[in-house]
Design a protein around this ligand. Sequence first.
Ligand code: FE
Length: 240
Amino acid sequence: MYIDIHSHIIPGVDDGARDEAMSLKMLRIAHDCGTRHIIATPHYFYGNTRYVFADIIEKCACLNDLAANAGIDMTIHPGCEVFITLELAEMYEQGSIGTLAGSSCMLVEFPMMSIPPYIDNVLYDLQLKGITPIIAHPECNAEIQQNPGLMESYIERGILSQVNSGSITGIFGMKARRTVMRIIKEGWVHFVASDAHSDTSRDPDLKNAAAIIEKKFGSKMREDLFAKNALKYLAISSGS
Ligand code: FE
């Protein structure tokens, strides 16, 4: 059983699923590979996103009904992927953004090319509010690709990290693949998730990435990264 903590599966809110039909196709792909819990994490860009977190909770409820009516055994949990800006803690207090599946963890996205100096303060402010940041796909950030050792200081501070299945299978190129393998090997990664955007090129199928991780690092690492750490850190009940 897999738990996919990063997906753009809610229809019509961001650059993920276009409509309900595509969401359902994505849910079937996820189910077929063994995923039973999926966290919907639409993008949130300060000043550029119209939803508030209550909308995501409501849309998740609709998607759960849709899945149940289609006979797909899957629980869809609310979450979001927040682009890191100075206003992050304030947005959380206002209810614009929320944590993953009712946990104390929040999925935070860095810029692609750099790590701006304000990031450390923003992450620290979140931690002061009792929130554990999860860095979304650090292996895709150009500075971390150049210096994967940067991850160590985040992990030492109690920050978690999530890598993309597509980085492991190689769809994001050699740099992302090399970086993802290095940071997994070092023990600086807690979750592998799909970051699925559609039912085609970036789909929610985790099985190829899981097979690669098992072959390279063994079955314990596969279980930790694809399910057990989600049970541990996000307190998702495997029975629900
Ligand atoms: Fe994403």
